[in-house]
Design a protein around this ligand. Structure first.
Ligand SMILES: Cc1cc2nc3c(=O)[nH]c(=O)nc-3n(C[C@H](O)[C@H](O)[C@H](O)COP(=O)(O)OP(=O)(O)OC[C@H]3O[C@@H](n4cnc5c(N)ncnc54)[C@H](O)[C@@H]3O)c2cc1C
Length: 291
């Protein structure tokens, strides 16, 4: 199918983009970033905007910086750019681990960090990373800038706390310090497919003991899910097989995924347990190497 007719603007500044989004006569306006999800929606006429605001010329949204222990990734940074960034690999190893699971190279060349997070697919990797790390999502609209914690950002199936006239401008995460390790794993029918279940884990050690555990899952609910019971079961303990099993069981007991064409609820719960054990064990081993 062909996309519906729409007006198109391509502003070079964030202020102009926000002005276009919030114009009183704008109608149904949508932001275009990498287009890897939005253009198929247009072509299928699942999106029928009256105006498309293309943000690809706004260079200020395409930078990666680390300052004062905080990593800031502009929303327009391409997924492939973040995947290969030494700054991201060091400050946010979980993101660097997760990105190669997104589709294929051609998709990651165009797809943006902010586009994936704003799209909020419950099976997607980057929203799961944002939830796992308690990322701050920075939004700008006609009323100015606000920061939304990841726990409040993903409000449901493909829905977020962003207002229609707001642009997600950046993602901020606390940079990983010493004795920290991360791992991301998922199960999909083929490489590049959306995951049936994905798990991201980050562990910080104090000696041999877990000082902080962070675990988030994709594909098990309408939005990314934090495995807080598993995190609690790991904290203050030394990671061994029985602790891993206890943590996985605590997480799985709190999940209630749906069954669909791709897998039953029972299968998703089983996979979630396996992936939690695997990612936490790998993250803890990497944390030991980084001491
Ligand atoms: C074949 C294929 C396989 C894929 N596989 C995966 C996969 O395995 N995992 C995965 O996570 N993704 C996958 N994707 C999707 C891909 O990651 C997209 O890049 C991502 O979902 C959207 O990013 P984008 O920059 O392309 O955004 P767009 O497609 O341009 O926009 C997506 C949505 O977000 C909104 N939006 C974008 N940027 C902003 C912003 N800065 N502020 C406010 N709203 C914004 C748009 O209005 C639109 O509603 C796949 C895509 C394809 C085509």
């Amino acid at each position: 199918m062909k996309p519906p007719v729409f007006e198109y603007v391509s502003p070079a500044s964030l202020d102009d983009a926000i002005a276009a989004l919030s114009a009183p006569d704008a109608g149904d306006v949508k932001v275009l970033a990498g287009g890897q999800s939005f253009v198929p929606l247009l072509s299928l006429r699942l999106a029928q905007p009256s105006l498309v605001v293309d943000i690809n010329r706004i260079d200020e949204l395409a930078t990666i910086t680390e300052e004062g222990g905080v990593l800031t990734i502009g929303s327009l940074v391409r997924q492939r750019q973040a995947e290969h960034s030494d700054v991201v690999k060091k400050a946010c190893p979980l993101m660097a681990e997760a990105i190669p699971f997104i589709g294929h190279t051609a998709i990651r060349n165009r797809g943006t960090i902010g586009g994936s997070i704003a799209h909020a697919d419950p099976a997607a990797e980057l929203p799961t990373v944002a939830a796992c790390l308690d990322a701050e999502l920075v939004a700008r609209g006609p009323g100015g800038e606000r920061t939304i914690p990841a726990a409040e950002f993903f409000t449901g199936f493909f829905t977020t706390a962003l207002a229609e006239d707001e642009i997600l401008t950046a993602v901020r995460v606390r940079a990983a310090g010493p004795a920290t390790g991360a791992a991301y794993e998922e199960v999909a029918r083929r490489h590049g497919d959306f995951a049936m279940v994905g798990v991201g884990a980050q562990v910080r050690l104090d000696g041999d003991v877990v000082a902080e555990a962070r675990i988030a899952l994709s594909g098990v609910d309408i939005a990314p899910v934090r495995a807080s019971k598993a995190e609690a079961a790991l904290t203050g303990r030394t990671v061994d097989d029985s602790v891993l099993e206890e943590a996985a069981q605590a997480a799985v007991a709190a999940l209630s995924p749906s069954s669909d064409l791709h897998g039953s609820a029972a299968y998703r719960k089983h996979v979630a347990g396996v992936l939690i054990r695997k990612t936490v064990a790998t993250a803890a081993a990497r944390a030991r190497e980084n001491r």
